[in-house]
Design a protein around this ligand. Structure first.
Ligand code: D5M
Ligand code: FE
Ligand code: ZN
Length: 468
């Protein structure tokens, strides 16, 4: 029996302190090998072993889970978390990285000025010019105009979007921490910028998606919620049977594979499997019944047993020992290439933020919120609402490069659209309506899988909710 004291001592012998969360984790798993595995992942410059040093999935280390001959490549989403101790000062770099990358994508037609250069002299007053920056606080003025703080690396300024101008419609959809460019004029006192047009990084109009040269099909799903009393066994069985001889080579699952434990108050009453390991084991058994030739890629969601803050690490080995070998575990988000067709997988927690900020956004149409993500080139744009972001020096929630397919989940409602060559797919769930969703008036569209032909990028929704 590994106790707290022994765990701490073992780390001390290797000249390391150990975070209490790690001690708890090792104690609960009673896996002695974890001690040296974790210690080996702490960089020499660090003194403390933290959860960030937990060993990741096998794919990260040796790629054993990528099937031989399979044309899958994880382009983003197998980061090694061992270097990333929590340091909130990293957010300064994070937002600077976001500004640098996204502002480079903003084609404002030249003549962009640093805010400081604009406001520092009286030269530019009443003269049309362009500035770029990250949106700070947004408010409505007494007269019903919209005002947003805009910050670039040199300075900040308040930007006014007049309600009687065309630009106002764009300004109504502003969200904090997005990067925009505005063309307009400085006020005569130099304190305010009157915007005439607003530009977002966006997807270029001439974006031409890559299509596979050889035949191939991918099935896209999310939100299986194994362990919940509303998980749809029969529908899943039908899906599983159908897969046996279906012409598909890849299965992508964008998070919430299990229902988890303690995710919301009173959840235990709605669980048929109340142990997190058993939930993953049950899911592993389901995966084993799928054809072994299928290459499966799994990223986590907010119900999964990894930290909530994004990017979420891939599911660790201790939960996935029952998963078959054809599974690749990736982070949330992750960019995965299937025969050269790039799929950006993101669970979609930030929909909960977008819905409250973007006029007209609704859970019934997740695909419209996906377009808003693409326009901003950010999966999780706003910091400090309901989607936690992990402090890091680089913004890994940026949509770059432009994927052929954006796959999300979380909303439990099927919605598909095409935006400037990007196929946006939110397929739904394998869980019927929960009590909570009933209260929220969310009507799920369960038991649907989307098949995408990688040679044409044409999607097809297959409904497993009814027997024929
Ligand atoms: O999310 C399932 C659905 O429930 C999805 O439509 C979002 C919605 N949801 C989830 N959490 C909340 C909160 N806290 N408020 C409002 N709506 C929410 P899932 O992640 O599967 O629980
Ligand atoms: Fe879910
Ligand atoms: Zn979710």
């Amino acid at each position: 029996m590994l106790g707290n004291r022994e765990i701490v001592t073992r780390f001390a012998e290797m000249n390391l302190n150990v975070h209490p969360d790690v001690v708890k984790y090792i104690r609960e798993s009673q896996d002695e090998a974890l001690i040296s595995q974790i210690a080996a992942r702490v960089p020499k410059s660090d003194m403390v072993a933290t959860l960030a040093h937990l060993p990741g999935p096998k794919a990260e280390k040796d790629g054993t889970r990528i099937l031989e001959g399979s044309e899958v490549e994880v382009l983003q989403g197998t980061a090694d978390f061992s270097h990333s101790n929590v340091d909130f000062r990293d957010f300064i770099h994070f937002f600077r990285d976001r500004y640098d990358k996204l502002s480079a994508n903003l084609h404002t037609g030249g003549g962009t000025m640093p805010i400081e250069a604009l406001t520092g002299t009286s030269r530019y007053r009443d003269q049309e010019c362009t500035i770029k920056g990250m949106v700070g606080d947004i408010r409505n003025t007494g007269k019903g105009h919209r005002m947003a703080g805009l910050e670039d690396p040199t300075s900040t300024i308040n930007v006014l979007f007049n309600k009687s101008r065309e630009v106002f419609a764009d300004a109504e959809r502003l969200v904090p921490d997005e990067v925009i460019g505005v063309k307009g004029k400085l006020s005569s006192d130099g304190n305010l910028f009157f915007a005439n047009t607003l530009k977002r990084p966006d997807i270029p109009l001439n974006n031409a998606p890559y299509m596979s040269k050889t035949p191939g099909k991918a099935v896209l799903i999310s939100d299986v919620h194994v362990g919940s009393d509303t998980f749809l066994h029969e529908e899943w069985e039908r899906f599983s049977d159908w897969l046996q001889d279906a012409d598909v080579q890849y299965l992508l699952i964008a998070g919430d594979v299990v229902d988890g434990i303690g995710i919301y108050p009173g959840q235990e009453k709605e669980l048929v499997i109340k142990n997190i390991y058993e939930q993953y084991d049950a899911f592993g058994e389901m995966l084993k019944k799928l054809p072994a030739r299928l290459q499966i890629v799994i990223s986590p969601g907010n119900h999964d047993a990894v930290r909530m803050a994004e990017p979420q690490p891939a599911l660790p080995d201790i939960f996935t020992s029952k998963f078959p070998d054809n599974v690749i575990l990736v982070e949330n988000p992750a960019l995965v290439s299937l025969q050269g067709v790039r799929v950006l997988m993101y669970h979609g927690k930030s929909f909960d933020d977008l819905i409250s900020m973007i006029p007209g956004a609704s859970y019934e149409h997740p695909e419209e919120m996906m377009v808003e993500m693409l326009k901003r080139r950010e999966l999780t744009c706003t910091y400090g609402m309901r989607t936690p972001i992990y402090p890091q020096k680089k913004d890994r929630l940026i949509i770059d490069p432009i994927p052929e397919i954006l796959l999300t989940g979380h909303v439990h409602i099927c919605g598909i659209t095409q935006y400037r060559g990007v196929l946006a797919v939110n397929t739904g769930t394998w869980q019927s309506q929960t009590g909570f969703q009933k209260q929220m008036n969310i009507n799920p569209t369960p038991a649907r899988a989307t098949v995408v032909d990688l040679q044409t990028l044409i999607p097809q929704i297959i409904d497993f909710s009814r027997t024929e």
